[in-house]
Design a protein around this ligand. Structure first.
Ligand SMILES: [Zn+2]
Length: 288
């Protein structure tokens, strides 16, 4: 790990985090489509079933996106002031949209964590320390191995959502089989938490119209893609070299998750962004 400290400019940005929001909105968009969709960072997702035990140690990383090993910016104590931008109202049935970014000028990004195979006990502690919400997308096996762990991960906000029961490629399945995978997993979550999350992410980020219809049939109101990823303790961007307001950030329950979240905390602080609950931006009809 690098121990490089932030640049003068970065320190100034972090100082600004405590008081003055410095971020102005860049170009923002929301993806809503009814055809086949393939996540652009699906190479990251495609290896998620592999238990990677060495990748974090063996990769040489650029220093600019790494969190320092010893110091993180202080937790924000700013009173919540959002959502104040446009809030999307989306249907709770029918072919629900696929969303890779939230169209908002609010200085927020969203942390999403998939699968569940490696359950690092430091992760819920870190999220609690920094009061960070996390939106989880879990599969049956790892979720049922320790449902309480995932409840602790979402103790500071967020939700636990379906990522299908068995992590199969949905576009190879019939509509009814997709529904069993998507809605069956939501039912399982509902046996352990009071309210299962109303979002869905497709395995490998690959979905089609049948996926969107199946999700809408059981109370899910959006299929989430992503616009940035966290791997090996660094932030990887799909656009430019910074996070964009409204970005949905994808990472996984792997052995690099703790370092990944630290990297996101650090990069967000540098940019004056807050890691916010995406559920506030995608409410169910009738909610707030
Ligand atoms: Zn996955």
């Amino acid at each position: 790990m690098s121990t490089q400290r932030p640049t003068k400019r970065s320190r100034a940005a972090i100082a600004a985090l405590a008081g003055v929001a410095t971020v102005t909105a860049g170009a923002m968009f929301i993806t809503s489509r009814t055809g086949s969709s393939i996540g652009r960072a699906d190479s990251a997702d495609s290896i998620e079933l592999i238990t990677a035990t060495t990748e974090a140690e063996t990769t040489t990383l650029p220093s600019t996106t790494l969190a320092p090993t010893t110091t993180l910016p202080p937790p924000t104590t700013t009173t919540k002031a959002w959502p104040k931008g446009p809030v999307l109202t989306i249907p709770a049935a029918g072919a629900v949209p696929v969303i890779s970014r939230i169209a908002t000028a609010d200085p927020v990004v969203f942390l999403t964590i998939d699968d569940g195979y490696i359950r690092d006990p430091r992760v819920p502690e870190l999220l609690a320390q920094f009061k960070i919400p996390a939106t989880l997308f879990v599969n049956q096996g790892p979720y049922l191995a320790d449902p309480d762990y995932f409840a602790r991960v979402t103790a500071s906000g967020g939700s636990i959502n379906s990522h299908t029961k068995s992590h199969r490629l949905l576009t190879k399945l019939s509509a009814s089989a997709q529904r069993a995978e998507i809605c069956g997993m939501r039912d399982i979550i509902g046996q352990h938490v009071f309210v299962p999350g109303h979002l869905f992410r497709a395995p490998f980020g690959v979905s089609n119209t049948a996926t969107q219809t199946a999700a809408g049939s059981c109370g899910i109101n959006a299929v989430l893609s992503w616009h940035a990823t966290l791997n090996d303790g660094r932030v990887q961007y799909q656009q430019g070299d910074q996070l964009q307001p409204g970005d949905i950030v994808l990472t996984h329950f792997r052995d690099d998750l703790y370092d990944n979240i630290r990297a996101l905390i650090w990069q967000s602080a540098i940019q004056g962004l807050t890691i916010a609950p995406i559920e506030d931006y995608l409410p169910l009809p009738g909610d707030g």
